[in-house]
Design a protein around this ligand. Structure first.
Ligand SMILES: *[C@@H]1O[C@H](CO)[C@@H](O)[C@H](O)[C@H]1NC(C)=O
Ligand SMILES: *[C@@H]1O[C@H](CO)[C@@H](O)[C@H](O)[C@H]1NC(C)=O
Ligand SMILES: *[C@@H]1O[C@H](CO)[C@@H](O)[C@H](O)[C@H]1NC(C)=O
Ligand SMILES: *[C@@H]1O[C@H](CO)[C@@H](O)[C@H](O)[C@H]1NC(C)=O
Ligand SMILES: *[C@@H]1O[C@H](CO)[C@@H](O)[C@H](O)[C@H]1NC(C)=O
Ligand SMILES: *[C@@H]1O[C@H](CO)[C@@H](O)[C@H](O)[C@H]1NC(C)=O
Ligand SMILES: *[C@@H]1O[C@H](CO)[C@@H](O)[C@H](O)[C@H]1NC(C)=O
Ligand SMILES: *[C@@H]1O[C@H](CO)[C@@H](O)[C@H](O)[C@H]1NC(C)=O
Ligand SMILES: *[C@@H]1O[C@H](CO)[C@@H](O)[C@H](O)[C@H]1NC(C)=O
Ligand SMILES: *[C@@H]1O[C@H](CO)[C@@H](O)[C@H](O)[C@H]1NC(C)=O
Ligand SMILES: *[C@@H]1O[C@H](CO)[C@@H](O)[C@H](O)[C@H]1NC(C)=O
Ligand SMILES: *[C@@H]1O[C@H](CO)[C@@H](O)[C@H](O)[C@H]1NC(C)=O
Length: 413
C-alpha cells in the first residue's frame, strides 16, 4: 500500500521533470566576472481577454533561448532579466543584506500581441505583473536550490517554478558549491539519529571544485540490480564477509544506480572491525562494520566517485550506527530504505542482507530483519489485545471485590 503510494508519487514527479534541462544563464559585471547565475524552469499560465468579452488562457514555458539584456549587478542589489519571444521578459530583483541575500519580487511582462501564445487577444498591450518569491535567507556565496515545484498564483498569472538553481552576488568569478536548499527540498525522514541533516543550512561539498551545479533529478530510475559481494581472507578459504544489495546513490540532486556488474569487492575481516570495499567504474564505496561484542553495525561509509554528469564527490560519515544485528547473525532489510549519510549524500538500499562477522561456510546465518520489513500493522492487534485483557482483568477484579463485600458472614462455595 505504502509502496504503491510512493510509486505513484514518484511517477507523477518523474513526468513533471523529465522534459528538458531548463534555462541556464550567467550575467557578467563590467570586469567580465560572473556575478549572477541562474538555471531554472518556469511555466506560465496567463488569463487574457479575447473579443466578445470572454477570457482565454495562454500557457507557455520559459524558453531555453533567452537574453539577459537589462540584467545588472551592483554591490547590494542585482537584477536578473530574461528576455524572450516578441517582447516578453521575466525578471527578479535580489538584495544583499550582510551575510544573506534574498529575492524581492518577480516581474513578468508579457506582450499580448504574441498571437502564438495569446490568439485572438482583445488587446495588443504589454502587461506587467509582479509576484512575491520564496527565495529568502540565502547565504552569501551560496547557491539557492529548489527542485521542488513552487507555484506562485496571481490574479491573472500563475507561475510554476521548479529545478531552480540561482546564485546572486557571485564572488571571484565562480559560482559556489555551497547550497541553500528551499524548505520543500529538505528531506523529512532520516533513519539514523546520528545523521540528521542540518535543515536549510548551507552545506559544503569540500571536494568538488567545478562550478557545474546539476539539477537534473532522475526519479524514474529503475530499481537497481542486486549485487552479491564477499570478502575472503585468502583465495582458498570461504568468505568471511558476505553482502548482497541493490544500491542507489543520491549526490546532491542527482541520483544514480550502483552497477554490480563489473564491480570488484575486496576488504578485510577482523575480530572487532571488518571492511568491504566495492569498486565500480564510477564509484568506490567503503563500508566499515564494527563488532561491539554482542552486536555489529555499519559504522563508517565512504563514497567517492563521479556523478553521471562528471561532478566529482567524496563523502564520508564515520559515526553511523546502521544495520545493527547480533554477531553471528545477518542483517536483512528487503524494503527500500534511504539513509542520509551526509548533507549531500543519500543512500538507498534494496533487498539488503549483510553479515560482516561470524560467517559459517560462506552462507548467511539467521537473519535479523529491519523494522520496516515486519508489517507495522501487527502493532495494532497487540495494542487492542493488551487493552482488552486489561479491561477483562479490571472487570474481574471489581467483580471479586464486589462479591467479597456482599458476603454476609458465611462462606460461599
Ligand atoms: C509545464 O508545462 C508543460 C507543457 O507546456 C507541461 O508538460 C509540464 O508538465 C508543466 N510542468 C509543470 C511543473 O507544471
Ligand atoms: C570569468 O570566467 C569566465 C568563464 O567562466 C571567463 O570567460 C571570464 O574571462 C572570467 N573573467 C575574468 C575576469 O577572469
Ligand atoms: C491559477 O491557479 C489557481 C489555483 O490553482 C486557479 O484557480 C486559477 O484559475 C489559475 N489561474 C490561471 C490564470 O491559470
Ligand atoms: C465585460 O464583462 C464584464 C463582467 O464580466 C462587464 O463588467 C463589462 O462591462 C463587460 N464589457 C463589455 C465591453 O461588454
Ligand atoms: C528592480 O531593479 C531594477 C534595476 O535596479 C529597478 O529598475 C526596478 O524598479 C526594480 N524592481 C523592483 C520591483 O524592485
Ligand atoms: C494587434 O496587432 C495585429 C497585427 O499587428 C492586428 O492584426 C490586430 O488587429 C491588433 N489587435 C488589436 C486589438 O489592436
Ligand atoms: C562553503 O561554506 C563554508 C562555510 O560556510 C566555507 O568555509 C567554504 O569555503 C565554502 N565553500 C565554498 C566552495 O564556497
Ligand atoms: C589453493 O588450492 C590450490 C589447489 O586447490 C593449491 O594448489 C594452492 O596451493 C592453494 N593455495 C593456498 C594459498 O593455499
Ligand atoms: C555484464 O557486463 C558484460 C560486459 O560489460 C556483459 O557482457 C554481461 O552481459 C553483463 N552481465 C549482466 C548480468 O548484465
Ligand atoms: C566480536 O567481539 C568479541 C569481543 O571483542 C569477540 O569475543 C568475538 O569473537 C567477536 N566475534 C567475531 C565473530 O569476531
Ligand atoms: C574516503 O576515501 C577517499 C578515497 O579512497 C579517501 O581519500 C578519504 O580520505 C576517505 N575519507 C574517509 C573519511 O575515510
Ligand atoms: C525515505 O524513507 C522514508 C521511509 O523510510 C520515506 O517516507 C521517504 O519517502 C523516503 N525518501 C525518499 C527520498 O525516498
Amino acid at each position: 500500500m505504502y509502496r504503491y503510494a510512493s510509486f505513484v508519487l514518484f511517477l507523477a514527479f518523474g513526468i513533471a521533470v523529465q522534459r528538458s534541462n531548463g534555462t541556464e544563464v550567467t550575467v557578467k559585471d563590467d570586469n567580465d566576472n560572473i556575478c549572477l547565475y541562474a538555471k531554472l524552469m518556469v511555466n506560465f499560465t496567463v488569463s487574457y481577454e479575447v473579443a466578445g468579452n470572454t477570457s482565454a488562457t495562454g500557457m507557455f514555458e520559459l524558453p531555453v533561448d533567452v537574453s539577459t539584456n537589462g540584467s545588472t549587478c551592483k554591490n547590494t542589489s542585482s537584477t536578473l532579466k530574461l528576455n524572450f519571444g516578441p517582447g516578453h521578459s521575466w525578471s527578479v530583483n535580489f538584495t544583499a543584506n550582510g551575510k544573506m541575500y534574498h529575492a524581492d519580487t518577480i516581474t513578468l511582462s508579457y506582450n499580448l500581441s504574441d498571437a502564438t501564445i495569446f490568439p485572438n487577444s482583445a488587446s495588443n498591450d504589454t502587461k506587467v505583473v509582479t509576484a512575491e518569491t520564496q527565495i529568502t535567507n540565502v547565504g552569501i556565496d551560496t547557491c539557492y536550490s529548489c527542485r521542488s515545484v513552487d507555484t506562485i498564483a496571481g490574479k491573472s498569472v500563475n507561475q510554476t517554478l521548479w529545478n531552480v538553481l540561482i546564485q546572486a552576488f557571485v564572488s571571484n568569478n565562480s559560482t559556489s558549491e555551497n547550497i541553500t536548499s528551499c524548505a520543500a527540498d529538505v528531506p523529512v525522514t532520516t533513519v539514523a539519529p546520528t545523521t540528521r541533516p542540518t535543515t536549510a543550512a548551507p552545506v559544503t561539498n569540500s571536494s568538488t571544485t567545478a562550478p557545474t551545479p546539476t539539477t537534473t533529478p532522475t526519479p524514474t530510475l529503475p530499481t537497481p540490480a542486486t549485487g552479491r559481494y564477499d570478502v575472503k581472507p585468502d583465495q582458498n578459504s570461504t568468505a568471511c564477509l558476505i553482502a548482497e544489495f541493490g544500491l542507489r546513490i543520491g549526490v546532491k540532486n542527482v541520483e544514480m544506480n550502483f552497477e554490480p556488474n563489473g564491480t570488484t569487492s575486496s576488504g578485510s575481516c577482523g575480530v572487532d572491525s571488518s571492511q568491504l570495499v566495492l569498486v565500480s567504474n564510477a564509484v568506490t564505496i567503503t563500508l566499515t562494520f564494527l563488532n561491539d561484542t554482542k552486536k555489529f553495525h555499519l559504522h563508517a561509509l565512504n563514497v567517492t566517485g563521479k556523478t553521471s554528469s562528471g561532478v566529482a564527490f567524496s563523502e564520508a560519515n564515520t559515526n553511523l550506527s546502521l544495520w545493527e544485528a547480533a554477531v553471528g547473525s545477518s542483517y536483512m532489510c528487503n524494503k527500500e530504505q534511504n539513509y542520509t549519510i551526509t548533507g549531500l549524500l543519500t543512500l538507498y538500499t534494496f533487498d539488503l542482507r549483510v553479515q560482516p562477522f561470524g560467517v559459517n561456510k560462506g552462507v548467511f546465518s539467521t537473519a535479523e530483519e529491519c523494522f520496516l520489513d515486519s508489517d507495522l500493522s501487527f502493532l495494532v492487534p497487540i495494542a487492542v489485545g493488551v487493552a482488552l485483557s486489561f479491561l477483562i482483568i479490571l472487570v474481574l477484579i471489581s467483580y471479586l471485590i464486589g462479591r467479597r463485600k456482599s458476603r454476609t458472614g458465611y462462606q460461599s462455595v
